[in-house]
Design a protein around this ligand. Structure first.
Ligand SMILES: Cc1cc2nc3c(=O)[nH]c(=O)nc-3n(C[C@H](O)[C@H](O)[C@H](O)COP(=O)(O)OP(=O)(O)OC[C@H]3O[C@@H](n4cnc5c(N)ncnc54)[C@H](O)[C@@H]3O)c2cc1C
Length: 450
């Protein structure tokens, strides 16, 4: 079998690894494509730089790709550099694992104001994504972060943290300098529901409550529990730990630190306020519990003075050319990974896995179980695979060359990797990320000079 996988994030890499290790009665050779000149998807370009344990998952993904039985083609974009028809001519099947890169939309007034940002854009800046602007406007003293998931905590933490504490990470110099010059004093995180309904995970919440040089503040009025909340606290260990963490800092003495992280609950964003096109505040509506751990609006509104608003309400997948897309959920239309046509029938040869299959929720580990399910379908569907006319491994290389696609393979990635480590070593850091695509290509094919 010749298998193409589009998207070299954890989902794509796990899928490749799993089919190689799976019980099957055919040989398989795999080509893994990514539009970026680097593998690892959101583990490299989403996970916060100050989470080295999670970033460490890259080590396990590296070992899979370094074995030599999966070919990596970086800098190749599905839809332009390679099309569905070309995949059909060269492979028996394709798995799309293209993840998610943009923010879900929030439809409230004022969202277009200068100073209203999507969290994904900010993450792309601090995690050095090559396709996003290199400068970030950090002028606000008071900032609102909307959302009660881990990405909201990442954004709030990176904004509030002492930049010196990020120096041990792989952030580029311009990110460090930008954060160093930031005048921020107060970061307000707003969630629609209560302490027993947050979507954080316990470790991330505990970390946010104990940032060096930052006072974390919660408000008494936000500690409300109904029968539904109590049931969650009694039956769900994670909920109990998080409620205990929040109760633990309730009423704690402030240290007088120069920065504060405020965690507000039962606050639904209503309008981003502005003057002369710039954000000047946020209006929220207070909510209250409905008895079953849901919330209803109360009609009571409040305004907070902030000069920037970060919307961390979730990511959203992007449609791929020629592939059925569920616009409501931002995923490829599929059943267990089999891509479905408009009548709900499986389309032979086309599969999906990871966030683009399931939606942008869940941890890296979940993409492994996703991949298992998809791979089982691929193997089971052997009789309906495509029959490619150009199935030799070299054919795809010739095609990309004939289209002048400047792709890079695993050996070139290793050179980039070594360059980033050398840049880091010069400053006694483990790595400093390259950012510009030109720099990647320079490091891959020539001798990169910092
Ligand atoms: C800000 C943030 C922080 C996170 N922190 C954590 C954490 O601390 N711990 C944790 O467990 N999980 C975390 N996650 C979740 C984790 O990143 C995801 O579960 C996981 O990355 C999803 O894997 P994936 O392979 O489906 O998608 P992705 O990781 O998004 O990989 C998709 C890949 O497809 C490529 N691609 C997209 N379109 C194309 C195309 N047209 N052609 C070619 N290639 C394409 C992309 O470049 C990318 O490399 C975080 C997520 C975010 C957004």
């Amino acid at each position: 079998m010749r298998l193409a996988i589009v998207g070299a994030g954890p989902a794509g890499i796990y899928a490749a690894d799993l089919i190689i290790k799976a019980e099957r009665d055919f040989d398989v050779s795999i080509d893994l494509f990514d539009l970026l000149p680097a593998p690892y998807g959101l583990v490299r370009y989403g996970v916060a730089p100050d989470h080295p344990r999670i970033k460490g998952i890259i080590r396990a993904l590296y070992e899979v790709l370094d074995r030599g039985d999966i070919r990596f083609f970086g800098n190749v974009r599905y839809g332009t550099d390679i099309t569905l028809d070309e995949l059909k001519e060269h492979y028996n099947a394709v798995i799309f694992s293209t993840g998610a890169i943009k923010d879900a939309e929030l439809n409230i007034q004022g969202v277009e104001l200068d100073g209203s940002y999507g969290a994904a854009d900010f993450v792309n800046w601090y995690d050095a994504h090559p396709d996003f602007p290199r400068t970030w406007p950090l002028h606000a003293k008071e900032v609102a972060v909307l959302g009660n998931g881990n990405v909201a905590l990442d954004v709030a933490r990176i904004l509030a943290k002492q930049p010196q504490d990020l120096l041990s990470t792989d952030i580029p110099d311009n990110v460090y300098q930008g954060l160093l010059a930031s005048p921020v004093t107060d970061v307000h995180v707003f969630g629609r529901r209560g302490p027993a309904q947050v979507k954080f995970t316990p470790l991330e919440l505990r970390e946010a409550c104990h940032i060096e040089g930052v006072d974390t503040i919660v408000y008494d009025e936000d500690f409300q529990y109904d029968a539904g909340s109590q049931e969650a606290i009694d039956t769900n260990n994670q909920t109990r730990v998080m409620v205990n963490t929040l109760e633990g800092i309730r009423g704690a003495e402030l240290t007088g630190a120069s920065k504060r992280l405020h965690l507000h609950f039962f606050s639904s964003p209503k309008e981003i306020l502005g003057e002369d096109g710039r954000v000047t505040g946020l209006r929220i509506e207070r909510t209250k519990l409905d008895g079953n751990a849901g919330v209803t609006n109360t009609g009571e509104t409040r305004e907070y003075s902030v000069q920037a608003v970060y919307r961390a309400i979730g990511y959203f997948g992007s449609e791929l050319f020629g592939i059925p897309f569920d616009h409501k959920h931002g995923v490829i239309t599929n059943d267990k990974g089999r891509v479905l046509d408009s009548e709900g029938k499986p389309i032979p040869g086309i599969y999906a896995t990871g966030w683009i299959k399931r939606g942008p929720v869940g941890l890296i580990g979940h993409t492994k179980s996703d991949a298992m399910e998809t791979i089982a379908c691929v193997i089971e569907d052997r009789d309906s695979w495509w029959q490619p006319a150009h199935s030799h491994e070299h054919d795809i290389v010739e095609l990309l060359n004939s289209k002048n696609v400047q792709f890079l393979g695993w050996p070139q990635w290793l050179k980039i990797d070594a360059t980033e480590k050398a840049l880091g070593a010069a400053q006694e850091r483990e790595r400093i990320k390259l950012v510009d695509r030109e720099d990647f290509l320079e490091a891959a094919f020539k001798n990169y000079q910092a």
